[in-house]
Design a protein around this ligand. Structure first.
Ligand code: NAP
Length: 277
């Protein structure tokens, strides 16, 4: 029989830990009875390496969170694709009748084709953007490996980063990979801050090689007030709001995993500790 949902309980009485990685709970040793830790966050880099955690770890794959991410990525892609800024802020009342190209003429690379990347790629494809996906493992219609990454970057006018933070993905967009992008390419990073080498990005923005970076995630959050990203004319900062875990739908995901645990069925969205995501 499950105990009621509580925020404080004697560790020896706890069956499941519904967990936010920002929680002060870092030592899982006393929770030997717990059958699983059910994270409320999609990204697990703060907990995946915790040596005291021996129970199965499940991450959040929430349909509403995915919906939010699709809206953020499509919205910011269309902003850049349509050149909306030049019409929204036009103090000189310039009449520039240049039409943007069609979406079909604007290649997009989505790095990370998991729950979120695949949904964003599908939404962008539905608008006719030619989307190249890139992931760690081989999958149909998707590039992988260093050669695949180089191929994806070499034509992308918009790059969407939806990778987890792992030792392999840290500084993935460094100076040499940024240099592969066509001049004026736009970067959207709703994945994790450390995926990009900040100094290399600032240098690429300063010289105009990268046209704009819309960043939702940062190495330090909140982004420090004096960070050069805030004032940079080619950077848009959004405060880690691309996709939030939504209570109603996330509660269903948690409840389903508890049901599975009690029925002896495999958990959904298990994290692979060795892989790091
Ligand atoms: P996911 O389903 O685990 O997908 C991760 C994708 O990244 C997979 O396609 C995976 O490849 C790929 N990948 C991992 N390591 C790689 C590597 N070394 N090289 C190439 N590809 C690699 O995760 P998700 O649910 O889509 O979430 C992605 C990330 O979004 C999260 O980890 C989190 O950091 C971020 N996020 C941000 C927000 C926000 O509000 N800004 C909200 C939620 C999530 P395989 O398919 O081959 O495994």
């Amino acid at each position: 029989m499950l105990a009621a949902l509580v925020t404080r309980a004697a560790p020896g009485t706890v069956d499941y830990i519904v967990y936010a990685p920002s929680s002060p709970l870092q030592d899982f040793t006393p929770y030997q009875r717990a059958k699983a830790v059910l994270s409320l966050w999609a990204g697990v880099e703060r907990i995946v390496g915790n040596a005291t955690l021996t129970q199965p770890l499940c991450r959040m794959v929430d349909p509403a969170l995915t919906e939010g991410m699709v809206e953020w990525v499509v919205g910011h892609s269309l902003r850049h694709h349509l050149g909306m800024d030049s019409h929204i802020v036009n103090p000189g009342h310039l009449w520039d009748p240049t039409c943007p190209p069609l979406a079909r003429e604007r290649p997009v690379a989505v790095l990370g084709m998991g729950a979120l990347g695949a949904a964003c790629a599908a939404a962008l494809r539905a608008l006719n953007f030619p989307v190249t996906g890139w992931s760690r493992t081989e999958k149909p219609g998707c590039l992988h490996g260093e050669a695949g990454l180089r191929q994806a970057l070499s034509t992308a006018q918009i790059v969407v980063l939806l990778l987890p933070k792992t030792p392999e993905t840290e500084d993935l967009l460094n100076a040499s990979r940024l240099a592969l992008l066509p001049r004026g390419a736009v970067i959207l990073n709703p994945g994790r801050g450390p995926l990009i080498d900040d100094a290399a990005l600032l240098a690429a923005l300063d010289c105009g090689h990268i046209g704009h970076a819309t960043l939702d995630v940062f190495r330090v959050e909140p982004l420090p007030k004096d960070h050069p990203f805030w004032a940079h004319p080619r950077v848009t900062v959004t405060p880690h709001i691309a996709a939030d875990t939504r209570t109603t739908s996330a509660a269903r995901v948690i409840a389903e995993n508890i049901r599975r645990g009690e029925a002896g069925e495999p958990f959904l969205h298990l994290v692979d500790r060795a892989r790091g995501y």
